[in-house]
Ligand binder design. Structure first.
Ligand code: GLC
Ligand code: CA
Length: 562
């Protein structure tokens, strides 16, 4: 018998809530904590075990909460600390857990630490951030570009030095070399654990250790140098995480997941390897890069190959097995909607089928599923006519850079924006087909996707064949059997250009998952051993027949217990 090392966070499914766009309780057009409270029964009904909340801390909102000005205060638009405490209590009362966002690579430029830091070269907080003199001939200390366009350095006129910001200028990077920064961050984490939260999703945590400040190789934009070779997985990052674990995390039974863009599976095994005393799991972004959506966002290809998806997922499933734990996602608040990107949203039927197929393919692999709000409805991308309609700082910065600095045709850049922008994920949740989809009684902070009349929670709750009910069944199935939770993964039919099939095996019993990623019938001859095994889940009323899968069909076979 293989022994199973059970933990709650391996068996859990996580539901991600983007508070601004989830539910508005007071008519100001902005989702808030009391709104989330109203919808907890809905979330629980889906069968998830934990909620990950995007940042709810005080923030000037340059990057919608990822620029924090006070880690100990709730963003007033979202409510009060009393609202938070009530939410936490109600989540726990329903047997679920609450995971917060930890944003500590940078703060807001309006955080008191930064205000003090820029006050003068001798400020006791100077060293909380990364300050450098201008280059010998003047100008920024090196050629690095920021993640949201423009240079990664901004000059502070008063003190004559530049500060580093890998994201917007209003998001100065903290200096983790400074023990006082680490002490203060750890104390802040402890404050939230003492309240009773169940973990942290760690924003761009692989960037906290800067290894050097030499020029970087030119990025895809051809204008700026890439900070990643020196800033991603820097020399002290594992030392910092072990210190964090020793001083804080190890004292709580918590889920921790690192946002580690650009990580290889080998690196993930360092961040989240069993017994290493760092994090419990790690997000990988190779899957999000099969269409160039990560490394080359603003010139992303609008196509991808199933062979690449298979190769990426098989590499991660295999490399982490027995060594570390996968975090599985198709969507989050930084990605477009998966049914538009990897499925087919062109008709109601293909949308529903392909949304169910995508969920089946990914969430029955080994790892913890992360479901982004609205994904369980098969929400689609919306359409933007012009950049002026977009709120997101990353999309606006990327657009400006391509058009103004790279000389791209604005219409073409808008096509890419419509393909890949994270603004798609941020359109408000459609609860009903009523005014503003029941999201708000006022004017929503950004418009809903106009298809909320047909794609909304109320309609799907009432329809047993909806994407929502399929997600419920899928999550329940996953949790019902150790084969699906802990079984070893193996790719099947590796050469099929249409079908992604794999098995999960544990102690001699197995499951087979087969998914047609195309809108055409696909040959899918079942291996002999599986021919009499019952199909226990699928997105057509009956099991596939004749050795083929129908368009976007998925089927799950599970060998009965002896
Ligand atoms: C992460 C967040 C993203 C944010 C960025 C800067 O990638 O997921 O939303 O803009 O970090 O904090
Ligand atoms: Ca509100």
């Amino acid at each position: 018998m293989e022994t199973i090392d059970r933990t709650w966070w391996k068996e859990a499914a996580v539901y991600q809530i983007y508070p601004r766009s989830f539910c508005d309780s007071n008519g100001d057009g902005i989702g808030d904590l009391p709104g989330i409270l109203q919808k907890l029964d809905y979330v629980q009904g889906l069968g998830v075990d934990a909620i990950w909340l995007n940042p709810v801390y005080a923030s000037p909102n340059v990057d919608n909460g990822y620029d924090i000005s006070d880690y100990f205060t709730i963003q007033p638009e979202f409510g009060t600390m009393a609202d938070f405490d009530r939410l936490l209590g109600e989540v726990h009362r329903r047997g679920m857990r609450l995971v917060m966002d930890l944003v500590v690579n940078h703060t807001s430029s309006r955080h008191p630490w930064f205000i003090e830091s820029r006050a003068g070269r001798n400020s006791p907080y100077r060293d909380y951030y990364i300050w450098r003199d201008p280059a010998p001939g003047g100008g920024p200390p090196n050629n690095w570009g920021a993640n949201f366009g423009g240079p990664a350095w901004t000059l502070d006129e008063a003190t004559g030095q530049y500060y580093l910001h890998l994201f917007a200028p209003q998001q100065p990077d903290l200096n983790w070399e400074n023990p006082a920064v680490r002490r203060d961050v750890f104390a802040m984490m402890d404050f939230w654990f003492q309240k009773g939260i169940d973990g942290f999703r760690m924003d761009v945590i692989s960037l906290i250790s800067k290894g050097g400040f030499a020029d970087g190789p030119l990025m895809a934009n051809g204008v700026y140098g890439d900070p990643a070779p020196q800033c991603a997985n820097g020399p002290r990052v594992h030392e910092y995480l072990r210190e964090m674990n020793r001083r804080v995390l190890s004292r709580y039974d918590c889920l921790t997941v690192g946002e580690n863009a650009g990580n290889t599976p080998e690196q993930a095994c360092l961040y989240a390897g069993f017994g290493r005393g760092e994090l419990t799991m790690s997000f990988q972004f190779d899957l999000m890069d099969v269409d160039g959506g990560e490394r080359d966002k603003w010139t992303a290809r609008r196509t991808w190959k199933l062979a690449d998806i298979k190769q990426v997922m098989t590499r991660w499933q295999t490399a982490l097995d027995g060594r570390a734990w996968n975090a599985l996602f198709w969507e989050n608040h930084d990605q477009p909607r998966c049914v538009s990107r990897f499925g087919d949203d062109s008709t109601g039927e293909t949308r529903v089928r392909s949304a169910k197929m995508l969920a089946t393919c990914l969430f029955l692999m080994q790892g913890t599923p992360y479901i982004y709000q609205g994904q369980e409805l098969g929400m689609t991308n919306t359409h933007f006519d012009s950049i002026g309609q977009i709120n997101d700082v990353q999309t606006r910065g990327g657009y400006r850079m391509r058009v103004e600095q790279c000389g791209d045709d604005p219409a073409r850049v808008m096509e890419t924006v419509n393909y890949i922008s994270r603004e798609h994920a941020r359109t408000p949740m459609p609860w009903t087909d009523g005014p503003n989809g029941g999201f708000t009684d006022g004017v929503p902070w950004i418009p809903l996707n106009p298809n909320f009349k047909t794609i909304n929670a109320a309609a799907q709750l009432a329809d047993p064949d909806s994407v929502y009910h399929y997600y419920r069944a899928l999550l329940a199935l996953r949790k019902s059997d150790d084969v699906l939770l802990y079984g070893r993964y193996a790719l099947e039919m590796a050469d099929s250009p249409q079908v992604y099939a794999y098995t999960r095996t544990l102690n001699g019993r197995g499951a087979l998952v087969a998914c047609n990623f195309t809108g055409r019938p696909a040959p899918c001859p079942l291996p002999a051993a599986w021919q009499n095994v019952p199909r226990i889940l699928g997105n057509y009323p009956d099991a596939p027949a004749g050795g083929a899968l129908r368009p976007y069909e998925c089927a799950v076979y599970l060998q009965p217990r002896a």
